[in-house]
Design a protein around this ligand. Structure first.
Ligand SMILES: [Zn+2]
Length: 366
């Protein structure tokens, strides 16, 4: 039977989380933050299995037993009390039912399990819509079906889409986070915690997920299912290790996503180039490369990837205590959001990029 790959790395974190679960000190609403591709959702699913396992606590063990009924269902993602929500494609109808949303997600989950439990980060075009949040809140209002408890994993939680008329669903979700029903655990994940609504951030306990060591990434690269998926690559192990940068999930990204990130990296580098004639020339060149007719979808993906990189850049450079820096970066992000909305208009990616790079450069120049 198909099941998920084992968790690679995160050894200390796993024993800390298991110890907290054992002693009943695990917060009911958690947020796992860390780089994209580091395995936050896999770790959340592991924790869900650990919480649902009927033996791990009694045996004082870190790992779920893997043998009990709950473990067997959890490891195939078929446990009725393990609920996994993540960004997905928007349905055509404007207001799909909770059943439809759950059915869509169940199909994707089945595909992921069939693909040896290896999946790529969700595309920039996918979101957690009002209908998704409504389905989640509704599921959480039901009694657990099989276990004495229920666990909700919400991947890429910053992708929650705010829409007109979404207040009721959003408020119900906030209430759920603040006061989950007894025996209910919510585990959110995000590689861009700065993009999370402050109302969400203030209601969860943040747990940092660190990049994997080279040893753990190597173990991942030797996994037979991973070898199968990366089969066609002609890159050396050293190249793959470098490319993974401690977050091997990145290696599973499809070409379109990888292209979007590589294009976004060029944009960010150009934006950070000094405010000198050379720097301006670099920005003009990068803008010219965006062309006049590039597919809008691909360009939107590039801008979404740039949002991720901008937040990563912030984490690396900004002193968290500096309010001025934080404001500057917040402005940069809103400038970027403005550009994204302009991609709907009839402006060429080249012109849009030229304006965007100038604005970002002015904001980010040291
Ligand atoms: Zn078990």
């Amino acid at each position: 039977m198909m099941s998920l790959r084992p968790v690679f790395g995160h050894h200390d974190l796993r024993s800390r989380l298991a110890a907290a679960a054992r002693s009943g000190r695990l917060p009911a609403s958690l947020l796992l933050t860390g780089p994209r591709g580091v395995g936050k959702q896999r770790l959340a699913l592991w924790l869900a299995q650990r919480l649902l396992c009927e033996n791990a606590n009694a045996r004082q063990e870190t790992e779920p037993c893997g043998q009990c009924q709950h473990c067997r269902y959890s490891s195939k993602l078929q446990h009725p009390d393990l609920h996994w929500f993540f960004p997905h494609e928007k349905r055509k109808e404007s207001d799909p039912s909770a059943e439809d949303v759950r059915a869509d997600l169940a199909d994707i989950i089945e595909e992921r399990v069939k693909a040896d439990g290896l999946w790529a980060a969700s595309s920039g075009m996918h979101g957690l819509y009002v209908s998704t949040v409504r389905a989640l809140v509704q599921s959480a209002s039901l009694r657990p079906a099989m276990a004495p408890r229920a666990v909700f994993v919400v991947g890429d939680a910053e992708r929650m889409v705010q829409q007109d008329g979404s207040d009721a669903a959003a408020n119900a979700f906030l209430k759920l986070l603040e006061e989950p029903p007894p025996g209910t655990t919510l585990i959110l994940t995000s590689s861009e915690p700065g993009a999370l609504l402050p109302t969400i951030r203030s209601r969860v306990v943040t747990v940092r997920v660190a990049p994997l060591s080279a040893v753990d990434v190597s173990a991942f690269l030797q996994d037979e299912a991973v070898v199968r998926q990366l089969g066609e690559t002609d890159e050396s192990r050293t190249d793959l290790l470098a490319k993974a940068a401690g977050a091997p999930g990145r290696l599973l990204e499809d070409n379109a996503t990888a292209d979007a990130f590589s294009a976004a990296r060029q944009l960010l580098d150009a934006a950070l180039a000094p405010q000198t004639p050379e720097g301006h020339a670099t920005r003009a060149q990068v803008a010219a490369r965006q062309g006049v007719s590039k597919a809008r979808g691909a360009f939107s993906d590039t801008l979404d990837a740039l949002t991720v990189l901008l937040h990563e850049h912030v984490r690396h450079t900004v002193n968290a205590g500096s309010e001025r820096e934080a404001r500057r970066v917040a402005t940069a992000v809103s400038v970027l959001e403005m550009s994204k909305s302009r991609t709907q208009q009839n402006i060429t990616p080249m012109l849009l990029t030229a304006v965007l790079l100038d604005e970002l450069s002015a904001l980010l120049a040291q």
